[in-house]
Ligand binder design. Structure first.
Ligand code: PGA
Length: 255
């Protein structure tokens, strides 16, 4: 893992964005794995700015990590709608090249298998963007998810339901289930980029980056991935033992 500790989430987001824009510039048909939530919003704004500045996304393909189960694509809180509003509508992407699991899939197992088949047919994900849950999840792979798990229907933890209640009128409206890429699916991405910001992530970050690899901290599985870069702000890094080293490493990256 390459752990990059930045003074602010702003700087971390811009560095992560540069990694992605460089990849798209080098390979216009890049396949991006994308995430929702508050964490990647600044990164997405930077991608939109890059597109306005002339970067071509017309051949980029995208696969999102997850979607709430039982939620229609046009539901105000669906992840499809989130992605359209915060990214897809502002890039020169071909809408047909953007994929989000279908929260209304009737045959969920068949839908999940087809989603994975489509990722494989696209040549696999080149760069997977990830956030981390306060319970250590990546995608909606909650603690206890098999490290070999594939795209499937998952139950959210009460912690995740409570964390996500801020997007809904009441906590009772938060879906209890989601369709999520598995940890095994995520680990097949050629490169992973995880962003972790804010004090409420510090405990999960410590467990994921400096604890043992365990299904109780799904993000710890990234320790086994050969090309993962983690961008942290100071608040999320508060509990890390090797903080000084990560700061030094961030300040001394090769050109
Ligand atoms: P957040 O969610 O970016 O809204 O904090 C991250 C996650 O749950 O993966």
């Amino acid at each position: 893992m390459d752990i990059i500790l930045c003074p602010t989430a702003e700087e971390a987001s811009l560095r992560a964005a540069a990694l992605i824009t460089n990849a798209v510039r080098a390979r216009p048909a890049t396949v991006l794995g994308l995430a929702t939530g508050s964490t990647p919003l600044r990164l997405y704004q930077a991608l939109i700015q890059a597109c306005r500045d002339g970067l071509d996304f017309s051949r980029v393909r995208t696969f999102n990590l997850d979607e709430y189960y039982g939620v229609a694509p046009d539901h105000p809180q669906s992840y499809r709608r989130f992605m359209n509003e915060h990214l897809f509508d502002h890039l020169n992407l071909n809408p047909a090249n953007t994929r989000v699991p279908d929260g209304l899939a009737r045959d969920v197992a068949a839908h999940c298998a087809a989603y994975e088949a489509e990722m494989r047919a696209a040549g696999g994900v080149d760069i997977q963007v990830l956030g981390i849950g306060s319970d250590g999840h990546i995608g909606f792979n909650e603690p206890g998810s098999s490290l070999a798990s594939r795209t499937r229907l998952v139950a959210l933890t009460p912690q995740t339901v409570s964390d996500n209640a801020r997007f809904f009128a009441t906590v009772d409206e938060v879906p209890r289930h989601a369709i999520s890429m598995g940890i095994g699916t995520i680990l097949e991405a050629k490169r992973c980029v995880m962003l972790c910001f804010g004090a409420n992530k510090a405990k999960a970050v410590r467990a994921a980056l400096e604890g043992g690899i365990s299904q109780f901290t799904p993000a710890s599985a990234l320790q086994m991935h050969p090309d993962t870069t983690v961008f942290l702000d100071e608040a999320a890094a508060a509990d890390l033992q090797l903080k000084e080293y990560y700061r030094w490493s961030a300040a001394n990256q090769p050109a």
